[in-house]
Design a protein around this ligand. Structure first.
Ligand code: ADP
Ligand code: MG
Length: 541
């Protein structure tokens, strides 16, 4: 009797899309995201101007910055944005590459699906292709380099910054980056570890990019707290405090229950004594510099100045931590507990004028592995883009120091993989072979986009590249020379990248493509309940 009556599992009216329709819809959304960033790929890529609701603008060429800032609604598009973020966290570079590759994989999948290749077969083929690509990367394409080879490290830094709007200062910045990372790199067991979070970046607009400098020490974005404090302290002993040198307002209010005027005076005296005690405690520890994460009362600043102690207040927590590591000091909460053994040491603490502002420089730290980079540039937009490109380059150099393996850029690596994978596809057999071929084809999207963004005829460039990689005089290092559009050995052009960036880009692109392909049903889930009044949080739909 029930025959013919559909069984309703989902409530009527639930938004739902299934089967090929769902897949096609997801692919279209993901491809749209890839299209946004494709034109930024490579040194000749264009920039994007992002305008937020307040009218503030960001001008960037950085894939992940673009994707983080634009509002994407579609769930599949969001997955692609996640790829960029992962790539950025893991490698700092290669975000655009990963996204373009994922978009291309999905585009080719669409054709295969139209030819009735099942998405499961495609994902299996992609997985096989990635595995083989990774094997080829390690065994055929990567070149081992020494962690001390400054010229290779500099080349990698220059390549990483290649596409960012840092113009002619690339070489200078690259040298700063290499120096900084080599400073913080340390050998742990049989591994070299370079944690770039130890490098402090400060930026100030004014001046030009080439005024950017490496400081062997820590730069604090703060001036000394009182004009009568010394502007320079040699042989600094630094107290690091994370509590305020003030009297809490509530304490005062509770005490201010005063009946006659003489009590006011004694109250003020009491307050003054408290301040005096703070300064005495600091003096007793032997400190001649105070770095405080919280506020310092004007009276305390005045007393500190009288004692010839240099003090800065409202320092960021992360800066205080970096300073502790750099100077070997201990962060102290209660001023009473401060003792000589808690103090950090540095040869010099001084205030310098940088652009319009005064900043505090802590140099000659007891830990020689502490460095800062002070970025300069004409405007805030410039310093921001310089910071983004330095972040990329720092991570790139760190990964070369850690792994010691690099590969050619300019699409050479992708082209070599495409040629080899196409050959290998024949040994796979079955319908998966079609997916492996599609994967190989997709890799060519990278040199294609590089050439296209450079204003060259992508078809011609690709033909030239293919024959350079496949002919009797095959050379795995040939990529696009963006100066003349010719196929050129990338080692000769010093366009080199860490293997880690490529490996991660291949992985994450295939991962997200497979994830999108595996979805065959989109069901609008129940909206989460509205947040309780005043509770905040909740999901924004
Ligand atoms: P991603 O976010 O993927 O790093 P980029 O816009 O930084 O994207 O572009 C990286 C690509 O540009 C890489 O394939 C890299 O090899 C290539 N590239 C960088 N510099 C050059 C150059 N001078 N000549 C040719 N290709 C280059
Ligand atoms: Mg890059």
């Amino acid at each position: 009797m029930l025959q013919g009556t559909p069984i309703l599992v989902l409530k009527e009216g639930t938004e739902r899309e299934r089967g090929k329709g769902a897949t096609a819809n997801n692919i279209a959304a993901a491809r749209a995201v890839a299209d946004v960033v494709r034109t930024t790929l490579g040194p000749r890529g264009m920039d994007k101007m992002l305008v937020d609701g307040m009218g503030d603008i960001t001008i960037t060429n950085d894939g992940v910055t673009i994707l983080k800032d634009i509002d994407v609604e579609h769930p599949a598009a969001k997955m692609l944005v996640e790829v960029a973020k992962t790539q950025d966290q893991q490698c700092g570079d290669g975000t655009t590459t990963a996204v373009v590759l994922a978009g291309e994989l999905l585009k080719r999948s669409e054709t295969l699906i139209e030819q009735n290749v099942h998405p499961t077969v495609i994902t299996r083929g992609f997985q096989m292709a990635v595995q083989e690509a990774r094997r080829l990367l390690e065994s055929d394409i990567g070149t081992t380099v020494k962690a001390t080879d400054e010229s290779v490290l500099t080349d990698c830094a220059v390549t990483a910054m290649g596409s960012k709007g840092v113009g002619g200062s690339r070489e200078e910045l690259a040298k700063i980056v290499v120096k900084a990372v080599r400073k913080i790199a340390e050998v742990r067991g049989d591994k070299t570890v370079a944690d770039v979070d130890q490098i402090k970046i400060e930026k100030r607009h004014g001046g030009t990019i080439s005024d950017t400098e490496l400081i062997e020490g820590i730069v604090l974005d703060k001036e000394r707290g009182h004009p009568r404090m010394p502007s320079e302290v040699k042989d600094a002993k630094i107290a690091l405090l994370n509590s305020a040198l003030e009297i809490k307002k509530t304490e005062i209010e509770s005490k201010i229950n005063i009946k006659n005027p003489s009590q006011i005076q004694s109250f003020l005296d009491e307050e003054d004594k408290t301040f005096r005690r703070m300064v005495d405690a600091i003096k007793a520890s032997g400190a001649n510099v105070v770095v405080c994460q919280k506020g310092i009362d004007d009276v305390v600043l005045h007393y500190l100045a009288k004692e010839g102690i240099y003090a800065v207040k409202q320092v960021k927590e992360s800066d205080l931590q970096k300073l502790a590591r750099a100077t070997g000091g201990k962060i102290v909460t209660g001023i009473k507990e401060l003792s000589a053994s808690d103090l950090g040491k540095a040869a010099n603490v001084d205030e310098r004028k940088v652009g319009e502002d005064d900043m505090t420089f802590v140099t000659g730290c007891s830990n020689p592995r502490s460095v800062s980079i002070l970025i300069r540039g004409g405007t805030e937009h410039v310093t921001q883009e310089v910071e983004r490109s330095l972040q990329d380059a720092l991570k790139v150099v760190a990964s070369v120091i850690e792994d010691g393996v690099v590969c050619p850029g300019g699409g050479a690596t992708e082209m070599e993989l495409a040629v080899k994978l196409r050959r290998w596809a024949g040994t796979v057999g079955g319908r998966e072979q079609l997916a492996v071929e599609a994967y190989a084809q997709s890799l060519e999207a990278i040199p294609w986009a590089l050439a296209e963004n450079g204003g060259y005829d992508s078809i011609n460039v690709l033909i030239e590249l293919r024959s350079s990689h496949d002919g009797p005089h095959a050379n795995k290092n040939v990529g696009v020379n963006l100066v003349d559009g010719k196929a050129t050995d990338m080692w000769k052009l010093h366009v080199i990248e860490p293997l880690r960036v490529k490996r991660q880009a291949l992985n994450s692109a295939a991962e997200v493509a497979n994830m999108v392909l595996r979805i065959d049903d989109i069901i609008a889930s129940k909206k989460s309940a509205p947040a309780p009044p005043g509770g905040g949080g909740g999901h924004d739909h």
